[in-house]
Design a binder for this molecule. Structure first.
Ligand code: ADP
Length: 615
């Protein structure tokens, strides 16, 4: 009984399709009938050929059944069974078992319908057409050549045979339909359960998503805070250091101050890299396309790298196709960053020889070009096996050999991401110990049809002009660009050192400066004094800069309801500038404050009659 249960469970296992299960039903029942009938034939003394025929038949059924269960995904067994039954067995039985007056017609009908349950539509149509032709053939032969049909002995036998066939076929179909209904109901139940599970899973997912979103928001806040917290002290260090560099005459101290300046800027660029990387990772990095002048990008890169290359005795040159459009439209800041990353690497990883920055272009159409920027060095090169890791984040190649060269392994991964964000590509060509060439291709809009000309010519021309201007101003004994002794400004920052930095940076302008260490203190000043401009830090405890600005605007009896207020902040996240302008600030200066930015902002926003240009 246990074995029988096991066999039934195996023949009806879930893994089988309904068609394979039906094949198992048919072949299983055929075997059940066939095996005892071999024994009976043996006992009643049927011919040896007859017994062998029955054994062969059982073997064929067994093999087809084995194949059905061995290859549950194959459509072949059901097709085979339908073909054998309809095209061979039933026509043969027709002639052997008494023709159309017997139950064989019902069996043939059974075979035809059963084919549609077993096979797909294509095979069902093929087999049905053949079996209809065979049935017609059988009827035709019986009508015209009745001698080929072995009729049953009596009319009674025919009626019995027909009745038995009717009962068998009805029972078989009944069972099949019952089984199908049962399977359908079982599947519907499973589907419902799965549906329920899915809905639950969906709810859990939505919950996890909400948690993730809030974690991501927390990360952004953390980044903004970290950026502020780290940039604020760097601002103080670099600002104070600039004062030492400006005012001190002791050579040794100037050397120390220079070291502080270079380490401070290095730290700043590290913080910026980490911020950029996190922004890219969280999908918050946005491009800000503007119209820009290509020469100014070339010129700034030249100025920033020239001295570094010179310190290592490397030759540095910019070569360019003079026909490149002079004014382009794209994200200038990110393009500068890409070039600077490649240039600093070229200088870092080259001991002697040269670094060449090259600009060329190819035309896409009248309004667009592909700007091609390449940086070629004669440095240590990158082996073929290491080239595949080049753009991985935090991955430094040959760490042992490069241990004395500072770096985080972020520069190239950021460069690649920026390039791709702009729809461009980056390629590297390198020979170990001979040098590398990084080539970036970025599509840019053409803003103006004028061309850039030769960089070298323009650089020389500009340098000559600068030298002349410098000589002139030296002769006049003045280096400051403006003074404003009648202007009065208020600087608000919770970090005392930052207040001092701004005060000292503006010392030579003779502006009257008040310093407030909190939003509250600021409101006390604005109540009693009228200012020409207020420089306001954003993140301050208790009352932040934005709230302080709103309070100044609404202050009853306040004297500064329309005084321009400039945000002076270490928040360097994307969208910061728009946010400050939306809040009502007239401008935004990011920390660490450069005196050139600060002075430019004051010249722009202080009343014109209080400014005296002195150069
Ligand atoms: P890192 O801060 O380490 O310079 P990058 O992402 O800029 O990070 O570069 C990844 C690695 O690629 C570097 O550690 C260096 O081994 C290799 N590399 C980058 N540029 C060059 C170059 N011009 N020549 C040789 N190796 C380079």
């Amino acid at each position: 009984m246990r074995i029988l249960k096991k066999i039934i469970a195996y023949l009806f296992r879930d893994e089988l399709t309904i068609r394979h299960k039906l094949v198992n039903v048919i072949l299983g029942s055929a075997l059940v009938v066939q095996l005892p009938s071999i024994i009976v034939s043996f006992i009643v003394g049927t011919t040896t050929a007859g017994i062998w025929a029955q054994v062969a038949m059982s073997a064929i059924i067994g093999i087809v059944m084995y194949l059905t269960n061995r290859y549950p995904d194959s459509p072949a067994p059901p097709i085979l069974v339908a073909t054998i039954a309809n095209i061979f067995i039933f026509p043969v039985m027709y002639f052997m078992c008494g023709g159309y007056a017997t139950g064989i017609v019902i069996w043939m009908l059974f075979g035809a319908i059963f084919t549609w349950l077993l096979c797909d539509i294509k095979w069902s149509v093929i087999i049905s057409i053949i079996s209809f032709a065979l049935i017609a053939g059988c009827l035709h032969i019986e009508k015209n050549f009745p001698q080929y049909v072995s009729f049953l002995a009596t009319r009674n036998d025919e009626i019995m045979d027909t009745s038995m066939a009717f009962v068998f076929v009805t029972v078989i179909f009944g069972l099949i339909f019952k089984y199908q209904t049962h399977s359908y109901e079982k599947q519907a139940k499973v589907l419902k359960e799965n549906d329920e599970k899915l809905r639950k899973l969906n709810d859990e997912l939505a919950e996890a998503n909400a948690r993730l979103e809030s974690a991501s928001a927390a990360k952004s806040t953390f980044l903004a805070n970290m950026s502020h917290e780290i940039r604020t002290p760097i601002n103080a260090v670099l600002g104070m250091d600039e004062m030492i560099l400006r005012e001190c005459e002791d050579k040794q101290i100037l050397e120390y101050a220079n070291d502080i300046d270079s380490a401070g800027h290095q730290l700043l660029s590290l913080v910026n890299d980490i911020l950029d990387f996190s922004k890219i990772e969280s999908g918050k990095m946005e491009l800000h396309p503007v119209e820009y002048e290509l020469f100014s990008v070339m010129n700034d890169c030249y100025n920033m790298i020239f001295m570094r290359a010179k310190r290592k005795d490397l030759a540095f040159r910019i070569v360019n196709d003079p026909q490149i459009p002079a004014f382009l439209f794209g994200d200038e800041v990110r393009i500068r960053q890409i070039i600077m990353n490649l240039l600093t690497n070229a200088v870092k990883y080259t001991k002697d020889g040269s670094v060449v920055l090259k600009f060329t272009y190819s035309k896409i159409d009248d309004e667009n070009i592909n700007l091609v920027i390449s940086v070629k060095d004669t440095g240590i090169g990158i082996s073929e096996e290491n080239r595949k890791y080049l753009f991985d984040s935090f991955k430094r190649i040959d760490e042992r050999a490069n241990r004395n060269i500072e770096g985080t392994g972020l520069g190239l991964s950021i460069t690649k991401k920026f390039t791709e964000m702009m729809g461009g590509t980056i390629e590297v060509d390198s020979v170990l110990y001979e040098g590398s060439t990084f080539t970036v291709t970025i599509p840019q809009k053409v803003a103006n049809s004028s061309t850039v000309g030769h960089f070298d010519d323009r650089l020389n021309h500009r340098n000559d002009k600068l030298v002349k201007e410098e000589d002139k101003s030296r002769e006049a004994g003045q280096t400051d660009k403006f003074i404003a002794p009648h202007a009065r400004i208020l600087v608000v920052d919770d970090v005392k050192m930052n207040l001092n930095v701004v005060r000292l940076l503006l010392k030579n302008t003779q502006i009257q400066i008040d310093l407030a260490a909190s939003g509250d203190e600021c409101l006390k000043y604005t109540l009693v004094k009228r200012y020409d401009l207020i420089l306001m830090d954003h993140m301050m405890p208790i009352m932040d800069g934005i709230e302080a600005l709103h309070r100044i605007r609404e202050q009853a009896d306040g004297l500064n309801a329309d005084t321009p207020v400039v945000a002076l902040t270490a928040n360097a996240l994307v969208g910061a500038q728009e946010m400050y302008l939306d809040e009502g600030f007239v401008a935004y200066i990011s920390k660490p404050v450069k005196s050139i930015d600060l002075e430019a902002c004051l010249v722009k926003h202080l009343p014109k009659d209080k400014i005296e240009i002195v150069s």
